[in-house]
Design a protein around this ligand. Structure first.
Ligand code: FRU
Length: 486
């Protein structure tokens, strides 16, 4: 097999396409995106030698899901990222059809990447190998391949996306897998030395406990603990991206989902004892395969891919690039509920500020902008109301509270995007609606009432579409603060 061309092809693709990509006005300002080609899952989110590291699935050669490498960027503040050289390329036998998703851990002053080597045999059948790579400087990686060769008995070759952690001197990893009866599951492995891994058992899955018919594959599982900020109780969470759930009303409307379960991981029984329903972590059109990590400030940070597999008919393809990651968010549990809150660092990119406050009936234009943070507080309402962002001749993104249905609605039907269905979540009887919205050149991320719900969606407005409008059928009281991004 000739792997010598892999790096060369990457470099050539960058040279050929970079200028085309750069000209696109939908390029993001503060979101990780590929310099050319397609990106998907965040990988190896970690902190090493004082810097945040983010790796991500990247096809440098085109905007399809092939040739997956691990692109690599570093940051001091989670907002300004510097691209380093590609960390892993499909240039070894065990990763020849893609260095697929995985995670990172810092141990003994070294940064370890734990990932899946994707291999297709000569008949096109899938083989998956869990592999390790190690670095002392955070930039050059030595590959140890493979660490886990075969799937356990009773499962198919769909085994991938290891998420690693360390507990009481031992390494553990949760891995997404498919059983022979074609159900999605999560399995637990352990290791004394990070290199040799032992299968412990299946901790969760479709038709396992209360999860009936819960998908044909679980991708990118993540396991961690959070301390409830009110009760002090430690909660275990299992986050994963099941494939194959059918839409149910406002739920599961994207092609594939991502959500979480509260529970307790029992290492002896190898069982994640579920204590909640499965809840979609993000209600928007574009969120999948997130990955979390705990930083040196004790924060549990999470970043998702702002995209969905097989829902990728986006207009940036003609400019030779596709997809980005979400902004990092902090996860918290408060009184038994999961919140996602914007990271404090977002305040550091606030530039010029405008404010508006008063009663609104009909529509009022309160400002303009394409890349900004906006906070809005609505009170005293008795009809539909909300915001229209990135408004122009043929574009607008509507964030609305549907007063009769008591639902928050994200509507991106006007503009150039593939999925024109609305996204909704039931909020119930509320007397106040507080929104924190981050608008980048081609995305919107909405945090509702302190992060109880989040919507992430890509939007593709016309270049000049930058209006910010408040609307209400009848009177609403509103207070707005908006900061243009520096
Ligand atoms: C999720 C996923 C992973 C896989 C990777 C390949 O989006 O399909 O399961 O490792 O993407 O790029």
């Amino acid at each position: 097999m000739d792997f010598t061309k892999v790096k060369e092809n990457e470099e050539r693709a960058i040279l050929e396409k970079r200028e085309i990509v750069k000209k696109d006005f939908w390029r993001q300002k503060y979101h990780i995106q590929g310099i050319v080609g397609l990106i998907n899952d965040p990988n190896g989110f970690s902190q090493f030698k004082g810097k945040y590291h983010m790796f991500y699935q990247w096809n440098p050669l085109g905007t399809n899901h092939k040739n997956k490498t691990w692109a690599h960027s570093v940051s001091d503040d989670l907002l300004h990222w510097k691209r380093l050289k590609t960390a892993l390329r499909p240039d070894t036998w065990y990763s020849k059809d893609g260095a697929y998703s995985g995670s990172a851990i810092v141990d003994d002053d070294k940064l370890y990447l734990f990932y899946t080597g994707n291999v297709k045999d000569c008949d096109g059948n899938r083989e998956s190998y869990q592999c390790l790579a190690v670095s002392s400087d955070g930039e050059n990686f030595e590959r140890w391949e493979p660490s886990i060769v075969n799937q356990p008995n009773g499962y198919t070759r769909h085994i991938r996306d290891p998420k690693i952690w360390k507990k009481d001197g031992k390494f553990y990893a949760v891995i997404g897998i498919q059983s022979e009866d074609l159900e999605g599951k999560a399995v637990l492995y352990s290791s004394e030395n990070i290199k040799d891994w032992k299968f412990e058992g299946e901790i969760a899955g479709a038709n396992h406990g209360k999860l009936k018919d819960f998908g044909f594959m679980w991708e990118c599982p993540d396991y961690f603990q959070l301390k409830d900020e009110k009760t002090g109780e430690v909660k275990d969470l299992l986050v994963f991206s099941p494939q194959g759930l059918e839409p149910e009303g406002d739920l599961y409307n994207n092609k594939y989902q991502t959500g979480y379960l509260f529970g307790k991981l029992d290492y002896k029984k190898t069982e994640f004892e579920i204590s909640s329903d499965f809840v979609e972590i993000d209600r928007g059109n574009d969120f999948y395969a997130p990955q979390s990590m705990e930083d040196d400030k004790g924060r549990r940070l999470i970043v998702g891919w702002m995209g969905i597999p097989e829902e990728e008919d986006f207009p940036t393809v003609k400019s030779e690039w596709l997809h980005c990651l979400t902004l990092p968010r902090e996860l918290k549990v408060i009184d038994g509920k999961l919140y996602q809150v914007p990271i404090k660092e977002m305040e550091s990119i606030r530039g010029e500020k405008i404010e508006f406050s008063g009663k609104v009936t009909g529509e009022v234009k309160v400002g303009t902008g394409a890349t900004y943070e906006l906070k809005a507080k609505f009170t005293d309402f008795n009809s539909d109301f909300g915001l229209k962002l990135r408004t122009g001749k043929n574009s607008e993104t509507v964030l609305k509270f549907d007063y009769n249905d008591k639902k928050f609605v994200l509507d991106r039907t006007k503009g150039e995007q593939a999925d024109k269905r609305l996204r909704k979540v039931y909020l119930g009887d509320i007397s106040e609606l507080e929104l924190t919205v981050f608008v980048d050149n081609s995305s919107v991320e909405v945090f509702i009432n302190g992060g109880q719900e989040v919507f992430s969606s890509r939007i593709f407005p016309e270049k000049e579409a930058n209006g910010i409008i408040v609307f209400a059928d009848k009177d609403v009281n509103v207070e707005i603060e908006k900061w243009e991004w520096k």
